[in-house]
Design a protein around this ligand. Structure first.
Ligand SMILES: [Zn+2]
Length: 104
Protein backbone atom coordinates (compact mmCIF):
# COMPACT_ATOMS: atom_id res chain seq x y z
CA UNK A 1 0.00 0.00 0.00
CA UNK A 2 1.24 3.30 1.07
CA UNK A 3 4.68 4.56 0.83
CA UNK A 4 6.89 3.89 3.62
CA UNK A 5 8.91 6.80 4.50
CA UNK A 6 12.42 6.00 5.19
CA UNK A 7 13.96 8.28 7.58
CA UNK A 8 17.59 8.18 7.63
CA UNK A 9 19.12 9.39 10.73
CA UNK A 10 22.35 11.11 10.10
CA UNK A 11 24.80 9.48 12.36
CA UNK A 12 27.19 11.95 13.71
CA UNK A 13 30.09 10.42 15.38
CA UNK A 14 31.82 12.64 17.74
CA UNK A 15 35.35 11.78 18.51
CA UNK A 16 36.07 12.37 22.13
CA UNK A 17 38.64 15.04 22.45
CA UNK A 18 40.50 16.07 25.48
CA UNK A 19 41.13 19.55 24.13
CA UNK A 20 38.06 20.81 22.36
CA UNK A 21 39.22 24.37 22.11
CA UNK A 22 41.89 24.86 19.56
CA UNK A 23 42.81 27.98 17.70
CA UNK A 24 44.78 28.79 14.63
CA UNK A 25 48.40 29.47 15.27
CA UNK A 26 49.59 32.78 13.78
CA UNK A 27 53.08 31.42 13.44
CA UNK A 28 52.57 28.16 11.54
CA UNK A 29 48.95 28.52 10.49
CA UNK A 30 47.86 25.20 11.94
CA UNK A 31 44.83 24.83 14.11
CA UNK A 32 46.76 23.38 16.97
CA UNK A 33 46.96 26.29 19.34
CA UNK A 34 45.68 25.62 22.81
CA UNK A 35 45.12 27.93 25.73
CA UNK A 36 45.28 26.91 29.32
CA UNK A 37 44.92 28.94 32.44
CA UNK A 38 47.33 28.76 35.27
CA UNK A 39 45.34 29.60 38.33
CA UNK A 40 48.41 30.02 40.49
CA UNK A 41 50.14 32.63 38.41
CA UNK A 42 46.94 33.97 36.83
CA UNK A 43 48.46 33.59 33.47
CA UNK A 44 47.19 32.09 30.29
CA UNK A 45 49.48 29.57 28.69
CA UNK A 46 49.39 29.52 24.93
CA UNK A 47 50.87 26.57 23.16
CA UNK A 48 51.01 25.34 19.62
CA UNK A 49 51.21 21.61 19.07
CA UNK A 50 52.80 21.98 15.66
CA UNK A 51 55.51 24.61 15.83
CA UNK A 52 55.80 24.37 19.64
CA UNK A 53 55.22 28.04 20.14
CA UNK A 54 54.82 28.86 23.80
CA UNK A 55 53.67 32.11 25.31
CA UNK A 56 52.34 33.34 28.59
CA UNK A 57 49.92 36.18 28.98
CA UNK A 58 48.72 37.86 32.10
CA UNK A 59 44.99 38.04 31.84
CA UNK A 60 42.11 39.06 34.07
CA UNK A 61 40.36 36.15 35.69
CA UNK A 62 37.21 36.71 33.70
CA UNK A 63 38.95 36.21 30.42
CA UNK A 64 37.92 33.34 28.24
CA UNK A 65 40.06 31.46 25.80
CA UNK A 66 38.83 33.54 22.90
CA UNK A 67 39.69 36.76 24.70
CA UNK A 68 43.13 35.50 25.41
CA UNK A 69 43.49 34.41 21.83
CA UNK A 70 42.49 37.85 20.55
CA UNK A 71 44.96 39.54 22.84
CA UNK A 72 47.62 37.05 21.93
CA UNK A 73 47.08 37.73 18.22
CA UNK A 74 47.25 41.49 18.77
CA UNK A 75 50.53 41.23 20.56
CA UNK A 76 51.90 38.73 18.12
CA UNK A 77 51.26 40.94 15.11
CA UNK A 78 52.41 44.02 16.96
CA UNK A 79 55.63 42.24 17.58
CA UNK A 80 55.48 42.86 21.30
CA UNK A 81 54.64 39.36 22.32
CA UNK A 82 57.20 37.46 24.29
CA UNK A 83 57.20 33.88 23.22
CA UNK A 84 59.49 30.95 22.83
CA UNK A 85 59.48 27.52 21.27
CA UNK A 86 59.38 24.40 23.33
CA UNK A 87 61.84 21.62 22.83
CA UNK A 88 60.59 18.37 21.42
CA UNK A 89 61.85 16.37 24.34
CA UNK A 90 58.86 17.11 26.50
CA UNK A 91 57.45 13.65 26.50
CA UNK A 92 56.31 13.27 30.05
CA UNK A 93 52.64 13.45 29.16
CA UNK A 94 52.77 11.96 25.72
CA UNK A 95 51.65 8.41 25.30
CA UNK A 96 54.11 6.42 23.34
CA UNK A 97 51.97 3.44 22.55
CA UNK A 98 52.16 3.61 18.82
CA UNK A 99 49.77 5.43 16.57
CA UNK A 100 47.42 2.60 15.73
CA UNK A 101 43.88 3.70 15.56
CA UNK A 102 41.04 1.26 15.75
CA UNK A 103 38.50 2.06 13.15
CA UNK A 104 35.16 0.44 13.18
ZN1 LIG B 1 52.20 26.97 15.46
Amino acid sequence: MGKRRKRRKPIVRRAPRTLPKVFQCPNCGMKTLTIDFDKNTKKAIIRCGTCKLYAELEVPAAHHEVDVYAKFLDLFYEGTLEYTFLEEEEKSEAQEEGSEETLE
